[in-house]
Every structure is written in C-alpha cells, then in structure tokens.
Design a protein around this ligand. Sequence first.
Ligand code: ADP
Length: 544
Amino acid sequence: MLGLMQTQNLSISGILRHGARHHSTAEVVSRTHEGTTHRYTWSEVERRSRRLVRAMQRLGIGEGDRVGTLAWNGYRHLEVYYAAPGMGAICHTINPRLHPDDIAYIVNHAADKVLFVDLSFAPLVAAIAERTRDCVRAVVFLCDAASMPDIALAPGIALHCFDTLMDAADEDYVWPDFDENTASALCYTSGTTGRPKGVLYSHRSTYLHAYAACMPDVLCARASERILPVVPMFHVNAWGIPYACALTGAGLILPGRYLDGASLAALLNAENVTLTCGVPTIWMGLLQHLRTTGEKLTSVKRIMTGGSATPPLLIEAFRDEQNVRVEHGWGMTELSPVGTYNSPKEAQAGLTGADAVRHMLKQGRILPGIDMKIVDGEGKALPWDGVAFGDLMVKGPWIASAYYGDAPGSALDADGWFATGDVSTIDPDGFMEITDRSKDVIKSGGEWIGSIALENIAVSHPDVLEAAVIASRHPKWDERPLLLVVAKPGATIDPASVLRIYEGQIAKWWLPDEVLVVDELPHTATGKLQKTTLRSQYKDYYMK
Ligand code: ADP
C-alpha cells in the first residue's frame, strides 16, 4: 500500500524559491573583481536567476545542455548556479587551477556549449579557445560592459558581457517542474588520481545532500549564522553551502578571488562571519597572518576544515589564540561532497587537552542518509574497533554511481558500494579516521604504514612547515617510508631532531628511514600534496 502524502519533485529551483520566499531579506555579500562589496538578498538572487534563464535561452541554451563556469565565489556565479539547473540545463563548474590541457580536455569531454567566465580567467579561455571551438559557442564574461576584456577567441565563439545580457532580458520566467533525478550539475575530480572524471549530480542528490549538510552536527546552518565558504564554488559545490544558505536563510559571504590571510581576516570581521569553511592550507595562511599582525577574529566561532587531513596545530592554535573551534569533515567530489563530520557524541563531549585534539583529528561520523564500511583486500567487512584499517566504501543517494559518459552503476561493486580510494579505521562510536589514500599506503614487509599519521607528527616539530611521507622501494622490506620536510621561513631543520619527535608516538618499524629537507613540496590544483610527483621522483631513493 502506498502512503497518502503529497509528492513533489525535489529541485534546485525549489531551494531558491524557499530562500526567496522565507528568507527574502537574508544577505548574499560578494567581494567583486574590483575589490568592492556587492550586497543583495535571496529574493533578488531568485529574481535575477529567472532573468538569467531568459538570457541563457537567447544564447541557445536548452534542457540538458552543459553550461561551463570558470569563476570565483561571487554573486554572478551564484546566479548561474541556480539558473542553469533551474531551467533543466547543467551547471558545469570547472577548476581554473588545473593545467590548461586538463581544462581543454574537460570542456570537450563535457561538451560545454557556453562558458561563463570571471575576468581573471580571460587569458585562460583565450589559451584554450582554439582547442574547444568544436563545442563552445559563446563565452560570457561575468562583468559590466565597461570591464569587458579586449581578447580574441577562436572563430565561431561569440563574446558576451553578462550585465549587458541581463539588462536585455526579462524576468517573466516561471520555474518548471521536472523529474527530480534530472541532472543538475557536473564537476570533474581534480585529477589527484589520474585523468579528471566527471561526477554528474541530480536535483534530488543535491537537495538531500544540502539537507544533511545543514544538520546541527554538520554545518549547523541556521538563519542566525553568517557563512563564508572559502572552498570554491568551482570545486565540489563549495561543500553545498550555496544551497544550505538558501534553505536556512544563513547569510552567504562570497570572497571572490581574495583568499590570502589578510583579505580573509578583514572580510571575516567586517561581515560578522560566524562559520567559515575551507582546506587546511587556507587556514595555515590565515593563522600566519593573524600571528604576524596580532589581529583577532571578532565574530568567527567555527572553522570547518576538510579536503585533506587537518594538522593538529590548526586545532590547537585557533583554539588557544583565537577562541575558534576547528571542526573536521571528510568528503570527495563523488560524494557531493560531504560524507562525514566530526561532531562529538556525549562520550566525547567531555574530552579535554591532547585527548580532545586527538579525537578531533578523526574525519568523523557518517551523515544520516548515507552509509560506510571498511573492508580488507578480499572485500570482507572489518571491525569498528578504531584499530583495523581497510578500504573505505560508501553507499547512498548523494554518492556517484558512475562517471560522466560511463554506463550507469559502473563505479559500484556488485552490492552497490562505491570504493572511495581512502584507507581508514572506524571506532566503536562510528568515527572514521583516514589513514591514507590507497595508493599512498606504505607496504613494508607485508604490513601497512599510514603516511598521514607520520606527516602529522612531523609538522608538530617547531621548525617544520610542511611534510610529506611517501613509499620508496626497498631491497629488503619492499617499501619503506621516506619523509620530506620544508622548513618554516628563517628556520633550519636538523633531520635527526625530526626523527626524535617520533619516539613513543609510533611503532618503531613505522619510523621513516630518512628525512630529506626540500625547498618546497608539489601541490595539486586544490592545494593537496601531489604525491604522484613525489613518488615518481623518489620511488627508488632507497634502492640507490
Ligand atoms: P581530488 O583530490 O582527487 O581532486 P576530491 O577533492 O574529491 O578529489 O578529494 C577527495 C579526497 O580528498 C578524499 O578521497 C580524501 O583522500 C581526501 N580528503 C578529503 N577530506 C579529507 C580529510 N578531512 N582528511 C583526509 N583526507 C581528506
């Protein structure tokens, strides 16, 4: 027997309409390209998004078409975020920090019809124009007429100004209803693990993910919060925050391209931001700025960090010096992206000092609505004892089932689980902790050594700014850990003293065989350590 409840398609325009109707005065604030501040409300976002649909229709965009964006977090980008899926097209956010060859590949693979581009990326679109002219019909610069760049694109690609298109369009569009499983957005993984692969979200997956992300033990997004996503809208949907704010009426503060410590500190304080979200590299930059200037964060209560493991220093320094709580989450492009979040249960709420920090380094509990498990090499489920570690598998309605262009279900195992490529433990309270990416695990004499734990200890050394541990082939043990460290400005690292801090913190056989001091470590387009590069450079270090 079926229930007798109303049915309604979950839709991205539904999120926007809710924001406009019930949080009509909630603010969306943007730092613009010129460094000025633009403010408006959800009711204006909704009205302008309808206008933008009309402009998109005039450019020939229709249902199912891919609309690419190369843009920072800002209000015009937000309007594309809502207008494209709202009309049944697909908002394809492109990571401009990728290599131009990868960007050209992605645009062609997605067959983007139009690109909406921030002024900073004018040279980039010019560079890829010739290679993308088979699919791209038009490039729209997200600016006013006076700021239009003077560039030449390839023949067949028209050049437009966003504000001019908007001025010429009307607002009479009515948001249509369609199947909630319709594709809404497309985002390619950054290629930390090979060629970029497209993850195609649906209206339903986006809505459910946004709902779960708002929960008290996750973002705790509320109408009284003001949230600044440093995490870019071009990468993994800015962790769902542009949707969470419309659903809850939380203020949305978009920082544009100004992501250095000084600019962020100024914006966080000026806009009374209560929660800000981004990767550890950003917080290290902010911390350094605050320490040098002695400035204080006046309104921020929480920093959400994720994307790579959190160094303990971040949690301690923001707690002790700024009275700000650093909270840790985990996810990936394929998970929309948030999968777990570390909020304490009653048993952990009383932890203090080092015990509290130790616990906060875990990536956290699964969001309600999706599920996880860890398995050994044969696919057998491992116990949740906080010790056994294995491949982390996930399942649920905001997790990819296949990559764009592949057969439905092709990214899943026979039981419908998605292998994350991460290796982790899960403790009896359900807190997951990543020990490595599967390719980064060091296999020494048949046993596994996790590189993240070794890196976290290395960065607690007073002279170490950044550390990477990789597997280097070894004549006797198959692989052994090699530690690479970068010194803090003005400091000199004594390798022996780095090895000494491991004493008592790890099993003896986990100790890196050698420490190499290097000038810098390679990073990916999303600020993560690029271990593939390090591995190719140092994989035979112990063989020599
Ligand atoms: P990519 O890094 O391939 O571009 P994603 O941005 O989707 O793609 O990254 C997802 C990966 O980032 C995860 O599989 C995991 O390895 C890593 N990651 C994300 N959050 C955390 C975290 N809090 N701690 C450790 N690793 C993390």
